[in-house]
Design a protein around this ligand. Sequence first.
Ligand SMILES: Cc1ncc(COP(=O)(O)O)c(C=O)c1O
Length: 443
Amino acid sequence: MTASLEHELSLDALWMPFTANRTFKQHPRMLVSARDMHYVASDGRQILDAAAGLWCVNAGHCREPIVRAVQEAASTLDFAPAFQMGHPSSFELASALAKVTPPGLDRIFFSNSGSEAVDTALKIVLAYWRARGQPERSHFVGRLRGYHGVGFGGISVGGIAPNRDSYAAQLLPHVHHLPDTHDLTRNAFSCGQPQHGAERADALLDLIAQVGADRIGAVIVEPVAASTGVLVPPVGYLERLRSICSAHDILLIFDEVITGFGRLGAAFAAQRFGVIPDIITMAKGLTNGLIPMGATAVRREIHDTVVESAGMGIELFHGYTYSGHPVASAAGLATLKLYRDEGLFERAHHLSAFWAESVHSLATEPHVIDVRTLGLVGAIELAGRGSEIGARGADVMQASFWRENTLIRVTRDTIALSPPLIVSEAQIESIVDAMRRVLRTLA
Ligand SMILES: Cc1ncc(COP(=O)(O)O)c(C=O)c1O
């Protein structure tokens, strides 16, 4: 940090999320501005963004059309009540979103984050089965290593041990987990979808046998489990989950908070894989990270069943003060237009072969035990340093930021790369070269 900023700022009052607060505050990594593919750090260095911020800035930073739309919206309609009142831009955004979601998933509920989008989805599932006269379908199935945000619903269906274990005393009841799809023995260094592991979806059949299909409301998975270290689904796995769910009348939720909005070279992973769920949760890229917003897209029949079961009163007792906030809606509309005008989803698709080849060139570097890529996502998994899980990953994060001026994400000992979709081939080479130098000097 620059000396002046260090003197101006007290770091004490802020309790930082998902951060080792004491360690961070000894050596703060501080970002002060951003444009396109770069951040500027507090010491003036340009930092190449290989993480799209936190998987969200898909069109690059401080993009003028989105900034302008937000400024205009903020000075025109700062706030409108979300309950019992409407304002045009939330309706416009819902219609625009319904054009990019897979056909049929065209009813949209707004929230403010991925966590809220997930909790909204889980509530809609319960409301749907009540409306269909089957309230006993209240069990949820998640997956080990899944991340679905930090609400009590999300951590219950999620499968990240520390996020659950800290609150284990009060998780949702009636939640079951499928095994994760990671299989280093058979699939290491797969380019794109790995070949082995579709049969892991059959664990759902075992759960159905134990619990009873008529008690399971929904299965929720990330199509690519991103936060846990980018686990790409094996060929045929999602198809199998879909067909088991369909055969047993169980709803399938894709949590696309990360995979949505072009990350895999299509609007949503559902289209990329050709597997259409019943509900999609999204956030992050919805507003290009500029302002918080989440959304839950549901199949029309799910919406209609809930809405038509309720007479003319309130149909779903759920919502947020800021659902469909006017400024966030304006940001969402401008973001979708920018994605379309610049063809960014197609761009990600076209770049993905170059991306895969570049990231896979790290396969022979020290400590690397796996490389995974799909769309514009990449993961480099490193062997742990003895029993110190995550130590090597933490060193990579530090070296990348301080020495290589590159922002990456690290989960334990896996490096995750997900640059904005405007990244150039030269910038991809810079990111990969930076990782190569870091790996070669890593203890
Ligand atoms: C798949 C998935 N779901 C939900 C969330 C939670 O989103 P938020 O942090 O906006 O609450 C995330 C965040 O990374 C995510 O990756």
